[in-house]
Design a protein around this ligand. Sequence first.
Ligand code: CMP
Length: 140
Amino acid sequence: MTMQKTFSIIKPDATRRNLTGKINATIEAAGLRIIAQKRVQLTQAQAEGFYAVHKERAFFNDLVSFMISGPVVVQVLEGNDAVAKYREVMGATNPENADAGTIRKEFAESIEANSVHGSDSLENAAIEIAYFFAQTEIVG
Ligand code: CMP
């Protein structure tokens, strides 16, 4: 077990339905610590940059439109094996395939409006954290 940081987004479908607190409770109950957090309205350029790896995908434009359709909450989570742990807590990308008790099973509306994002690797976690947070905003 190694102490890690991962990056999380509570997406517009969840902020719209006032689910930030419930999602944070699930995160904390799983043993992850929220060591940075802010609510922001993404610009189109920010959303396109964040999801640049998906720019050739058919769903890219819809994904960007969705991510700027309302405020999001960006977060840094810390804990033992935080990257894998948070992916477990989130559940499968498509809520239809997500296990019971996961955030996406409990709260997601669809594969696009799937309530949360979490980094898929330690390397991407560092990149994604740096995309949104200054070191001085992360208080472990
Ligand atoms: P996320 O973890 O934020 O990373 C990319 C996002 O694209 C993903 O979650 C989904 O919400 C979204 N998405 C929309 N359509 C698809 C799709 N067909 N396959 C995978 N991801 C999709």
